[in-house]
Design a protein around this ligand. Structure first.
Ligand code: FAD
Ligand code: NAI
Length: 481
């Protein structure tokens, strides 16, 4: 039996980061992983989906924009098997990198599935038989998996989860996507660009409901429509059956049943925590009604020495949140006085255009009692770089408190929103005012200038759009002290 300072369960972006940081801090560390280094993120989540999205974007642009730029390459042809091979090589490279980092930091790796035997001992079912592991501290980072809905059991042949949707070796001609959230729209977006006809059935009244700025979502919805994606809201998928060579999905739309023909059904209605296979109840670790482990702001569970991080510890289920928590917990275990006190966890939805946000939406500002807001918006259509890369849809919106000028939220829909948002995160973390962003010299010609101009717009004086002059005594920024 081995004894460690830290035992991490799950090698996703939460677990492997926690293990590396623990080892950096001199703690004797082991990590247990049952399936793949890098977890969902590197193998069947963030990385493969972004690889497919970037390939489809390239494919689409070659077919649509190249000729306008005077580049005539003819009709692009898709080799789906080669695309999958390339995507897999990206994932393998990243997962291999994680294995090397763990080794280089002297983290012991055990391949196998862990279950708690007691609150200070695990049993790992490995290829070499059962292994017992004892540790002073356990970090549970076992992540999440796709939710199934009644009647749509995943077989990854007809009924696909996100994992199947990312692994198609042939391009389907028609796909019905159930759920118009993060995953549904990212996969629908790339399949549609590669040539699949997509119907999205969303149960709610809007796409991406409650997770993104409403105006930003409208920009994406318009582009999806232009691309030929059929979005049906308030649609409840009820059943499916084989029909001829394909499938037929029945959904209730506005009280009436409608049928939709397709080759595949992709179900993306959310994810649930992997908390049911660890004997957590048996050792007395508290969970909420949905199976997420309850933690305090130091990611401590109710049992001393047992922590939980990443998807298993609740929303938002994002890789960067998992990694942040991994570092946090390793440092707490090593004796540092830390607590989860991030002011904002940015979120990006890799649609076309991308949606990225940090801080509060207008509705959240109002709910928190910020009633007097200054909102500046700057369109990508007025930015030279965006025009030169032919990606002019969307805008940057900055929301600041009218009394203090402090930035409360930033919402970007447009090219490279995923990369642009980090400036907003830093601004919010540092308690910046909109004026700080406006006075920061941004290089030209860059997409980043849209941040500066949106900040200027909150103050009423963006240069490259027409703004009515501020009235005397109107909501201008207070003078700097
Ligand atoms: P996971 O990555 O789920 O890793 C958990 C690991 O624990 C797994 O490897 C699992 O095999 C292992 N495990 C589970 N139980 C046991 C056990 N009993 N014993 C041993 N090992 C075990 N997030 C983003 O921030 N950006 C994105 O662009 C993004 N894109 C996504 C796209 C898709 C299609 C999906 C599905 C998710 C995406 N996510 C994205 C979400 C992101 O993948 C997760 O938030 C992130 O992976 C969570 O990390 P984690 O470490 O908590 O868990
Ligand atoms: P989601 O919660 O984002 O969206 C699910 C959607 O399905 C919602 O709009 C919901 O109204 C709808 N829905 C639920 N039940 C339904 C039903 N029966 N019929 C039709 N629609 C139904 O969940 P998703 O897309 O599965 O993603 C899970 C999580 O993974 C995200 O919340 C996010 O945390 C993470 N993720 C992050 C990404 C990123 O950061 N870019 C990308 C992909 C996933």
């Amino acid at each position: 039996m081995s004894q460690f300072d830290v035992c991490v369960i799950g090698a996703g972006p939460g677990g492997y980061v926690a293990a590396i940081r623990s080892a950096q801090l001199g703690l004797k560390t082991v990590i247990i992983e049952r399936e793949y280094m890098g977890g969902v993120c590197l193998n069947v989540g963030c990385i493969p989906s972004k690889a497919m999205i970037s390939a489809s974007h390239f494919f689409h642009r070659v077919g649509h924009d190249a000729a306008e730029m005077g580049i005539n390459v003819g009709e692009p042809k898709l080799d789906m098997k080669q695309l999958q091979k390339w995507k897999q090589s990206v994932c393998d490279k990243m997962a291999g990198g994680v294995a090397q980092l763990l080794k280089g930091n002297s983290v012991e790796v055990i391949d196998g599935e862990a279950t708690f035997k007691s609150k200070d001992e695990l049993v790992v079912k490995s290829k070499k038989g059962d292994v017992s592991v004892r540790a002073k501290n356990f970090i549970i980072a076992t992540g999440s998996r796709p939710i199934e809905i009644p009647g749509f059991k995943f077989d990854e042949k007809d009924i696909l989860s996100s994992t199947g949707g990312l692994a198609l070796s042939e391009l389907p001609s028609k796909v019905v996507v159930i759920g118009g959230g993060y995953i549904g729209l990212e996969i629908a977006g790339f399949l549609s660009k590669l040539g699949t006809h997509i119907t999205v059935l969303e149960a709610g009244a809007e796409l991406l409901s409650g997770v993104a700025d409403k105006e930003a979502v409208q920009v994406v919805a318009r582009k999806l429509k232009k691309q030929g994606v059929n979005v049906i809201t308030q649609a409840k998928a009820k059943s499916w059956k084989k029909s001829g060579k394909g499938l037929e999905v029945t959904a209730e739309v506005g009280g009436k049943d409608q049928t939709f023909e397709c080759d595949k059904v992709l179900v993306t209605v959310g994810r649930k925590p992997n908390s049911d296979q660890l004997n957590l109840k048996g050792v007395g670790i508290q969970m909420d009604e949905r199976g997420f482990i309850k933690v305090n702001p130091q990611m401590k569970t109710n049992l001393p020495g047992i922590f939980a991080i990443g998807d298993i510890a609740g929303q938002p289920m994002l890789a960067h949140k998992a990694s942040h928590e991994g570092v946090l917990v390793a440092e707490i275990i090593s004796g540092k006085n830390r607590v989860f006190d991030a002011k904002t966890i940015p979120a990006v939805i890799f649609t076309d255009p991308e949606i990225a946000s940090a801080g509060l939406t207008e509705e959240q500002c109002k709910a928190k009692g910020f009633n007097d807001l200054k909102i500046g918006k700057f369109p990508f259509a007025a930015n030279g770089r965006a025009v030169s890369v032919m990606e002019t849809d969307g805008f940057v919106k900055i929301i600041a408190d009218a009394k203090t000028d402090i930035v409360l939220g930033v919402h970007i829909v447009g090219p490279e929103a995923s990369n642009l948002i980090s400036e907003a995160v830093l601004a919010i973390e540092m308690g910046a005012r909109a004026e700080d962003i406006a006075l920061t010299i941004h290089p030209h010609p860059t997409l980043g200038e849209t941040m500066m101009e949106a900040a200027e717009a909150t103050l009423g004086h963006a240069i490259h759009i027409i703004q009515r002059p501020l009235r005397e005594g109107a909501k201008s920024a207070p003078a700097r002290t």
